[in-house]
Write a protein that binds this ligand. Structure first.
Ligand SMILES: [Zn+2]
Ligand SMILES: [Zn+2]
Length: 193
């Protein structure tokens, strides 16, 4: 069985340098191989003309339909994404699943009338990607203000937290990975004693 990997798939244009720095940050947290792919895809089927945004649930399902085996896939978009109960989302993912989606749209300073800043964009994008990946590894929201798994509603909230796990989330992630490796090497754990 192949070992666990992470793939970041960018839909549309993302600067190579930005993606490379982000993949290093993702690797620093997860310690797993991070692949990068770029794809071009007609997103019109995912556009909601009433909300003038893109449907986050459909995009997530589409990403999941294309995901494979032991690879956690995060799809990156430049378009504005919503889900029915929220005005917008930075990203979402299947808890304990294989897939997530992330949008850079609301992470850019320009949207808030500020000067573009590549450094800030990289930090924000990395945090959202690392957060959504955490959900795919079974981590839920954390109440530690510094932790990357803290839930965020506004871009300012993202700036307040770190791009890494708190010690509790780090331990939970490590235990999950160890358990998975154990099961791969020994078969499913059974309750026979
Ligand atoms: Zn979350
Ligand atoms: Zn935490």
């Amino acid at each position: 069985m192949n070992a666990q990997q992470i793939t970041l798939v960018s839909y549309g244009h993302f600067e190579k340098e930005i993606l490379r720095i982000i993949s290093d940050k993702v690797f620093a947290v997860y310690g797993l191989p991070v692949n990068m792919e770029e794809t071009h895809f007609d997103l019109s089927n995912f556009y909601d003309p009433n909300r003038r945004q893109y449907d986050g649930n459909k995009l997530l399902k589409n990403t999941d339909d294309h995901s494979i085996g032991n690879i956690k896939t995060i799809a990156l978009f430049n378009v504005d994404i919503f889900i029915p109960i929220l005005t917008y989302i930075f990203g979402q993912a299947y808890l304990n699943g294989n897939s997530g989606v992330v949008s850079a749209y609301r992470l850019k300073n320009e949207l808030y009338g500020l000067k573009p800043n590549k450094f800030i964009l990289i930090e924000r994008l990395a945090k959202v990607i690392i957060h959504e990946l955490g959900h795919t590894f079974g981590l839920k929201h954390c109440y530690n203000n510094d932790c990357v798994m803290k839930s965020t509603n506004y871009v300012e909230d993202i700036d307040q937290k770190n791009a890494v796990f708190c010690s509790a989330c780090k331990e939970e992630y490590s235990l999950g990975i160890q358990k998975k490796l154990f099961m791969e090497n020994n078969g499913e754990i059974t309750s026979n004693t």
